[in-house]
Design a protein around this ligand. Sequence first.
Ligand SMILES: Nc1ncnc2c1ncn2[C@@H]1O[C@H](COP(=O)(O)OP(=O)(O)OP(=O)(O)O)[C@@H](O)[C@H]1O
Length: 332
Amino acid sequence: MSGVYSTDPAAGAALRDPGTVPRPAAARTIGLRRAFGPVVAVDGVDLDIPMGAVLGLLGPNGSGKTTLMRMLLGLVRPTSGAVELLGRRVPDLAHEVLPHVGAMIEGPAFHPHLTGRANLTRIAAAEPLLDTPRIPGAVRATLRRVGLDEAADRRYRDYSLGMKQRLGLAVPLLVRRRLVVLDEPTNGLDPAGTRDVRQIIAEMNAAGATVVVSSHLLSEIEATCSHVAVLQSGRLVASGELRTLLDSGPGALMVTTPDTARAVHALQGAGIDAEIGGGIGGGPGPQVHVAPGPPAPDVVALLVHSGVAVHAVARPAARLEELFARLTEGPR
Ligand SMILES: Nc1ncnc2c1ncn2[C@@H]1O[C@H](COP(=O)(O)OP(=O)(O)OP(=O)(O)O)[C@@H](O)[C@H]1O
C-alpha cells in the first residue's frame, strides 16, 4: 500500500466535518477484512458513511470495491472485522435492516424468458415493505422512473446491456429506502442513461436515503457525491467530504505572465517542474503550469528575481481525477 496521501492514517475516521456535530453513521465498517485464499480483497477497512451522504467508492480494478459492498449487504462474510448498517450488526441482524436497504450489485437474478415487468413484479412480491395491492402500481412507477415503460413488456433476454442495467436499478427504487448501495450503476449506459442515474441518485438522496455508489467515471462521482472513499489494494487510502479532500491536496499553480519561455527556463533551472500552458483551468493571457510542490511565494520570488513579469498566480481547484491519480498511482 502506498500511503501516499496525508489522510491515510485517519482515513477511517475522516468522514467527520471538523467543527460540526458528527452525523450518525448510516453504515460503518470496523477493521473489515476479507481474504479469498491468498488474495486479500479488503484489508482492515474502517469506514464511517454518514447518514444523508452520497458516498462514491473509488479504486482501480480489483481494489476491493465490490467485495466491500457485498460485505455491507451481508452477501459475503468478513474474514474478520464487523459491519454495522443503520446501527445493526450485519449479517447477524441483517433481517432487521435489509428491508430498508436497496442494492444494485452484480444484478439480481432476472429470468431471461420473463418480461421486465414480470421480473420486477416477482422481486416486488418478495419486498417486506410492499403490500400486495400496491405492487402493480409500484412496478409501473418504477419502470417509468428508470425509462423502461415502453420496453416493460419485452423479454429480459432481448434487452440491451443498458436496459438490463436500468432494470437492475429499478430494484432498489421499488420502495423508499434508508440506504442504497449501487455497484457501477452507469456501466453500459449511454449519456442519457448516465444523466438519468445521476438524477435518480439525487432524488433518492433528497428523499432521505444515504447512497453508496461505486464508479470508474470520476466526473460522475464528482458531480454526484458529497463524500468519497478511495480503495487501493484492499486498503482505504482516503475518505471524507469530497470538497475537503479536493482542497487538501498540494495542487498545481498557474502563473500568468507574458514571459512564458523565460519563466519555464527559470523554474526548470531551479529544479521545478513547469511547462507553458498546462491545460488546467485556462485564464486570461499566456500561462505557465507549475506542478504541485513548491509554495506559491517561492515560485513568485524566483520568477521576479529572474526578471519575469508575473501578472497573476492562481491555484485552480483540484479535480477528482488528479486526487485519484495521486492516491492510486503513487510509488508503492
Ligand atoms: N469470490 C472470489 N473469489 C476469489 N477472489 C475474489 C472473489 N471476489 C473477489 N476476488 C478478488 O478480490 C480482489 C478484489 O475484487 P473486487 O471485485 O472486490 O474489486 P473491485 O474493486 O470491485 O474491482 P472492479 O473495479 O474491477 O470491479 C480481486 O483480486 C478479485 O480477484
